[in-house]
Structure formats: C-alpha cells, structure tokens
Design a protein around this ligand. Structure first.
Ligand SMILES: [Zn+2]
Length: 297
C-alpha cells in the first residue's frame, strides 16, 4: 500500500479536535503522514473560560488573570492546540492568522499555496467552502483560501516563478460539522449529503481526549463526551458503526468496476446491529491535564 501524505487545514483549534481528528488518528496509525494546519488560535471564539473567570470574585481567579492580555490568551490557546497535536500524533503547522478576521485575500492564498508546494499532499481535508448560511465566517473563508491555493500551487512554473507547480493533490475531502447536512435548521442550507463515512470507533478515545484539551471553550469533560455521543454517534448510526466522521468530495468518483470495500464485502448478517464499540465515549476517563486550566504554566 502506498503511504499517503495528508494535509488538513482548520480555521480554529476546536475544528482541529472536532472535525476529522478521528480520521487523522486512523491514518497515522496505518503509517500515513498527516500535517494539520491550524490557521488561527481561535482566540475570539467561545471564550468560555474567560467568561467564567470574569464572573468569579478576584481572589478565586487564575493567578495570572490580572496580567491577561491578548498575547497571553493566544499562548493559552496555543498550548491547547499543541496538546491536541500530541494526542493525535500529527505534524502541526500554526499560521497565526487573526481569528474572526480571516478574509479571502491574496496574501493568505499565497501563504497557503507555499505550504502546499512544501507539504505536497496527496489528500487535502478542510471544511466545506460553501457559505450556505451567508455568515462569511472563518470556516468557509479558510476553505476557499485552501481551494484557491491548490489552483495557484498547481499552476506555478519553474521559468516564471522559480518553482515547479505541484499537481499531486488527488482528492479533496470536505468535512461537515454537524449543522449543514440534510435537516440542518438554516433556511439557506439546502441539505448536504455526505458521500464518505469513516468508522472512527477504534480511535474514539483519542478524539475525546483531543476535545478534552479545549478548556478555553469549555469543551472538556462532559461536553466532549456529549459531542461525541450525540454527533459522532449519530453519524455512526447512519454509517453502521458506533462512531463515524462524514466527508463530501467535490466531484463524482470514477471506478473501473462496482466498488465493494472490505466493510461491504465482509458484512456478516446479525439479528441486531449493535455498535460493537470496545468502549463508549461517555465512559472515557478525562484526558485534561490539571495545568490545562491555568493561564500560564
Ligand atoms: Zn471553528
């Protein structure tokens, strides 16, 4: 089997932990390379820890809270991101773009194109670039930057640019975060139907522990288990496994004959399809280190 080189691009650390982290862990376990690019620290999103601290009397706050500034808070978020990378085992690239200020612009496209030329991925994984909710938020913006950067990287030329174009991106897989699929509650969402489901049951502990790191957003503990049981578990129910992650490819796939993957040809009839999970996400012990709650180490 050829070793795959996978590049994942996420707008925020939370997307890094929540979107395709199970799939990343699975590919790493089978010996593929995964580089995760997290373009911002997500420091202007879901500031749950900060909100909690502000409500507390001064003496109960984090000892460094009085000196808190934007840089210290970004460092707190950076540590979370690095812990997620360590749990999953991915190569981490941080671009330090300003959170909530991610626009489709030339500099960002060129920075991303440069990374594609360096990483030379076979597969790119990122969020859906389609802004169905017309929110223009960081997720579709980041995905649009990635899609454009793939085009730029492909069409570089040694004579004009001093670098060969990279034409090796063979497949893009768009992630779906749980609000865009069929029955999504946005009036602008026509209903996305994922076309690939990855069974993440065997790595669900890693995914729960990745989410456990997001103390700044209050995602640790019960919240992480709730996300996995209700969202990844629902995806698993659709896909026929305990837990799953959904993807959508931008175009139809051509086969030489009818595709029959091992999960289909190896299907054994059972009177009731039980998940078969070695453990339930809700029972996974905490993966949040005590120091995760501290603003500074
Ligand atoms: Zn996000």
């Amino acid at each position: 089997m050829t070793k795959l080189n996978i590049m994942m691009v996420h707008a925020h650390p939370a997307d890094f932990a929540c979107d395709a982290s199970g799939t990343a862990a699975l590919h790493l376990e089978k010996g593929d390379n995964v580089t995760s690019v997290v373009v911002s620290y997500g420091d202007r999103h879901h500031m749950h820890w900060l909100f909690d601290q502000e409500k507390k009397p001064e003496k109960e706050r984090d000892p460094d809270f009085a000196n808190l500034d934007a840089e210290m808070y970004r460092d707190f978020k950076k540590r979370e991101t690095e812990r997620i990378a360590e749990i999953l085992g991915v190569e981490l690239v941080l671009l330090e773009w300003t959170d909530c200020e991610i626009y489709f612009d030339h500099d960002k496209v060129m920075e991303m194109a440069k990374l594609i030329l360096k990483i030379k991925p076979d597969i790119v994984v990122t969020r859906m670039p389609t802004d169905f909710g017309m929110t223009h938020n960081d997720h579709p913006m980041t995905a649009k930057i990635v899609a454009k950067a793939i085009e730029v990287a492909r069409n570089r030329h040694q004579i004009f640019d001093g670098v060969d174009g990279y034409k090796g991106v063979k497949q893009i897989f768009y992630t779906i975060n749980g609000g865009e699929e069929v029955n999504g509650n946005s009036n602008f969402t026509p209903g996305i139907v994922p076309d690939v489901w990855v069974d993440t049951t065997s790595v669900i502990e890693k995914k729960v522990h990745a989410i456990d790191q997001l103390v700044s957003q209050g995602y640790q503990g019960d919240t992480a288990r709730w996300i996995i049981e209700s969202r990844d578990g629902r995806w698993g129910m659709i896909a026929g496994s305990a837990y799953a992650e959904p993807f959508l490819r931008p175009s139809g796939i051509r086969y030489n004959s009818l595709p029959m993957p091992e999960t289909v040809i190896g299907f054994n009839w059972k009177p009731t399809v039980v998940p078969g999970a070695p453990l339930s996400a809700s029972k996974i012990p905490s993966g949040t280190p005590d120091s995760a709650n501290r603003l500074r180490l």
